[in-house]
Write a protein that binds this ligand. Structure first.
Ligand SMILES: [Zn+2]
Ligand SMILES: [Zn+2]
Length: 115
């Protein structure tokens, strides 16, 4: 009983495994994507925000890694989250695999000297 309690207590004190807030480099990368990219969905609109794909890329450290994002128009971003299912939203548009696309944008950020 004490074991279970202390285990639970310990779990409650575990630190976040990712930073909720993007650091300066990550913020610069997000702004770079917003300034230079179109929405990942193919709608042709200018990116206005970034989305953190829910599925992970193998190189991704944490589930919410600020280096693994895709640029999106606000309306498409709201539509994706509103759908409740990222994979089917993406499949319905024939975009490709979001974690893979995010990895591609990350490489772009590295080549641009931002990440
Ligand atoms: Zn779009
Ligand atoms: Zn999102």
């Amino acid at each position: 009983m004490t074991g279970a309690l202390s285990k639970h207590h310990k779990f409650g004190r575990v630190k976040e495994k990712y930073n909720r807030i993007p650091n300066a480099k990550e913020r610069a990368f997000h702004l770079y994507l917003i300034d230079n990219e179109l929405c990942v969905c193919g709608c042709g609109r200018k990116a206005e925000c970034v989305h953190h794909p829910l599925q992970r890329h193998p190189e991704q450290r944490w589930r919410r890694d600020h280096e693994f994002v895709v640029p999106m128009a606000d309306e498409c971003h709201r539509s994706l989250h509103g759908s409740g299912n990222e994979r089917s939203w993406v499949d319905g548009r024939g975009i490709g695999h979001l974690p893979l696309l995010a990895a591609g944008y990350r490489v772009q950020g590295i080549y641009a000297g931002i990440l």
